[in-house]
Design a protein around this ligand. Structure first.
Ligand code: PBE
Length: 268
């Protein structure tokens, strides 16, 4: 079986996530750029993708998934990004915080915290791993906040408390955004906000902030992944810049697939 070409072994299938994700269109582009003519990208969800990955790893079977960092899967499994010499997935990405245009005036405390919110891929991964291990996302956020008082103090220093003002943050239920949104919401609540967080698809998330239906979101992967949404909505929102730098996207395989190191190798 191991002698068969990789494509035949896995039905020429790349295991993807929800169809709206920027990583899905980037993968379509990679299939084109590298002329992976008989390959197909199978849409599913983040959760289904990681469970398919887990099963393959248990049996040491080959598998190719759409992957990104920060993500707990790199902590839990031995994985590698396939080299992408044609840069179909772009280079390093950042995750930006995007708020509604009136927020600065209406809720200066929330605006300041959202503007200052900034952490590292490692910090985000800590929260993601706890959630993956079964901790409730709110509890995982609380644990992280308790363990990182200096970071939280930097975001909240000198910010006036409020008396139970309502706020709404929207997000997409990717593991990374579950982590960041819960942490930010809890920090805001400690300042007196009553923050609702609401998960939705990527397009409604952008629209919610652009139309003032939500106050903000911390889930804008740029310049590439959510670039199309940014282009559509940039004049109707307030871009507060990166809250995390050094994110990466691509095709990911277990390290035991020793002969597969570049997207080019999928043609072997
Ligand atoms: N992701 C995680 C998203 C952005 C965050 C890589 C799955 C995507 O749009 O593909």
């Amino acid at each position: 079986n191991a002698k068969k070409p990789l494509g035949e072994q896995i039905n020429y299938t790349i295991t993807g996530i929800d169809a709206g994700g920027g990583i899905m269109s980037a993968t379509d582009k990679a299939i084109e750029d590298y002329k992976l003519t008989n390959w197909q990208l199978q849409p599913s969800s983040s959760a289904a993708m990681t469970s398919t990955l887990e099963k393959a790893i248990k049996d040491k079977r080959p598998i190719v998934v759409t992957g990104w960092t920060p993500h707990w899967m790199f902590t839990k499994y031995d994985l590698k990004f396939l080299k992408d010499p044609k840069e179909s997935f772009g280079t390093a990405e950042s995750i930006h915080t995007i708020v509604r245009q009136g927020l600065k005036k209406d809720e200066p405390s929330a605006y300041t915290v959202l503007d200052r919110f900034h952490w590292t891929p490692e910090e985000m991964s800590d929260v993601m791993l706890d959630v993956n291990n079964g901790m409730d996302p709110e509890k995982a956020a609380e644990k992280w906040i308790k363990a990182n008082p200096d970071a939280v103090a930097e975001w909240t220093k000198g910010v006036s408390k409020v008396d139970n003002h309502k706020l709404k943050l929207t997000y997409v239920a990717w593991d990374s955004e579950i982590a960041s949104t819960n942490v930010v919401a809890l920090v805001l609540n400690q300042l007196g906000y009553d923050t609702t967080i609401q998960a939705m698809e990527i397009q409604p998330m952008w629209a919610s902030v652009a139309t003032d239906a939500a106050d903000g979101m911390v889930a804008a992967w740029l310049p590439r992944t959510s670039g199309a949404f940014y282009k559509d909505y940039k004049d109707k929102v307030d871009d507060l810049g990166p809250n995390l730098e050094g994110a990466q996207l691509g095709l990911v395989v277990p390290t035991y697939m020793e002969n597969i190191n570049s997207i080019e190798d999928l043609k072997k």
